[in-house]
Write a protein that binds this ligand. Structure first.
Ligand SMILES: Nc1ncnc2c1ncn2[C@@H]1O[C@H](COP(=O)(O)OP(=O)(O)OP(=O)(O)O)[C@@H](O)[C@H]1O
Ligand SMILES: O=c1ccn([C@@H]2O[C@H](COP(=O)(O)O)[C@@H](O)[C@H]2O)c(=O)[nH]1
Ligand SMILES: [Mg+2]
Length: 231
């Protein structure tokens, strides 16, 4: 397996990939072999419960949870990061940070986990959020097994996020940023879910109701995809 490059502090990173390139037409060998590494994405609108359900899934399915948003916030706060201010501005505005940064952070985190001989099942939360990220990651990092999609109406998500905003300290848990995030989700992220849906790779669950209700639905859906708890 090739070594995973660090984020290049001078120039940035991975080559640009045009989103229009069809997945099947390329010959790139991914960095991680899907025979040895399981990647499941968890997507859904802001506040749909991705982080919450990830906590449950990690406990029962032996996943290593990697939240793209958390990794970006860590990078934003890392002393000396040349991307800090850019990430801060993008997050507050609900925009998608250029994929070179996010993919590198994810790839490095996966490599670190594999190097330490720990988990080989990755639950990637809140990624891919844009078509270029999806195409690049699937081709060059690791093809996913499936995408969990948490389906939740905006009024429910808004209520949850405003409630979370009372204590989260997140710069984007305010009404103005939330509206922008909803828009980005519909315009930029849903096409990714739709693409995976066409490939029959989406496990969709109604994300309304209690956390436990949602989780039970997810467990049932995952079983149908032959993904089972490890204990
Ligand atoms: N089923 C649920 N019912 C009520 N509240 C919930 C439910 N699931 C999650 N929450 C709460 O809603 C808020 C948002 O949940 P969570 O952080 O898991 O969402 P998310 O999809 O990861 O959001 P983001 O995209 O902003 O990171 C949290 O305060 C969480 O406790
Ligand atoms: O692939 C990604 C994932 C996230 N972002 C940015 O981070 C924020 C917060 O993400 P959460 O998943 O809600 O924690 C998101 O609104 C984007 O601005 C990103 O750019 N790319
Ligand atoms: Mg989250």
């Amino acid at each position: 397996m090739p070594a995973v490059p660090q984020i290049d502090p001078t120039s940035g990173a991975a080559p640009e990939v045009q989103p229009s390139i069809p997945l099947a037409s390329t010959n790139v060998t991914p960095a991680f072999d899907p025979a040895n590494v399981l990647v499941v994405y968890i997507l859904g609108g802001p506040g749909s419960g991705k982080g919450t359900q990830s906590t449950h899934l990690v406990q029962d399915y032996g996943f290593k949870h990697l939240s793209a948003g958390d990794l970006l916030r860590e990078e934003q706060d890392r002393q000396g990061s040349e991307y800090g201010q850019m990430i801060k501005d993008y997050i507050k505005d609900g925009k998608i940070v250029p994929m070179e940064v996010t993919v590198k952070l994810l790839q490095n985190a996966m490599q670190a986990e594999l190097d330490s001989g720990k988990k080989t099942r990755f639950l990637i939360d809140g990624f891919p959020r844009k078509m270029d990220q999806a195409v690049y990651f699937e081709q060059s990092v690791c093809p996913s097994q499936c995408t969990i999609f948490l389906d939740c109406p905006e009024d429910v998500m808004l209520k949850r996020l405003l409630n979370r905003g009372k204590t989260s300290g997140r710069s984007d848990d305010n009404e103005e940023s939330i509206k922008k995030r909803f828009r980005t989700f519909v315009e930029t992220s849903m096409p990714v879910v739709d693409m995976f849906e066409k490939e029959d790779k989406v496990v969709k669950a109604d994300a309304t109701g209690s956390q436990n209700d949602v989780y039970e639905r997810l467990v049932g859906q995952l079983a149908q995809r032959n993904i089972h708890p490890v204990k």
